[in-house]
Design a protein around this ligand. Sequence first.
Ligand code: PHE
Length: 345
Amino acid sequence: MDLLKELESLVPELERGLGQASSLQELEEQRIAFLGRKGRLAQVMAHLPELAPAERPRVGQAANTVKQALTELFEQRKVVLEQAKEAAALSRFDPSLPGRMPWHGSLHPVTLVMEEICSVFGALGYDIVTGPEVENDYHNFEALNMPPEHPARDMQDTLYITESILMRTHTSPLQVRTMKSLRPPVAAIAPGKVYRRDSDITHTPMFHQIEGFMVDHNVSMAELRGTLTSFLRTVFGGDTRVRFRPSFFPFTEPSAEVDISCCICGGKGHVGNEPCRVCKTTGWVEILGCGMIDPEVFKSVGYDPEVYTGFAFGLGVERVAMLKYGIGDLRMFFENDVRFLSQFA
Ligand code: PHE
């Protein structure tokens, strides 16, 4: 085999091959075929030991020259292909297109409603207080006039950590904690998460409540009514009607549940010809529980029930948000679908 001839033929062969390589990948394939460890050049050079020692330097030199020539050819072709690739990319790029808007975060509707309610009561001079979600039996039940075996405990079954430590079932323990640490006059609002053993389309095992309470000399049911009526009209609109129905809570006496005129149908009971599904055609929706703080609770916290009176109320934040924003399904609050959440930006 004439190695010199073989070597010389590599250059024109590669020139032909490169003309056909139309992508950087094909170019690389060609490079491996010619200059790779088992490529054409290496194959020719494998025969070098067969030559007479005197001939080897000449052939070796020729091989170097050919290698250089091949490498240069590749480099040239590479530049051409790279430029073509860039030009193609640029031709697809339209600099006149509008830019992408950066994403804006938004507050969760539950947070929005909690902040709104806190700011309404904050403006009335109420303190904002918080407390532990892992609560003991004493604050959650006993000090609120629900001794062990009290039947009202059944309605608020929850997750127990131990026999006497549980996830709080309502924000009312904050009445006890706050009153124990302050002397009247006390006016406070307590937002937070609460837990119940409840899960269906209208109940979740965790939801949010806001507790409010005020204690002083001569606090009356009339003040409770006035405070709640004006609060509800601030949140749901000035023409909202408000009604109080007698009810029962162990920690208030007397107790009431409060309804507002349905904000979905405007209290008419139907939307156009359709029956209103939110108020079930009654025109009213229940919005909160309230009452005058029971003397037994005052005794638990060391307030003299002969000297002080007070009112308390508790409301469900998700429920307020559903009515306020017309959200039909409680589960939407917990799915964190960005299409839903971004509507509150
Ligand atoms: N804690 C009660 C509940 O969760 C609501 C309530 C609070 C009622 C304060 C009266 C006074 O159902």
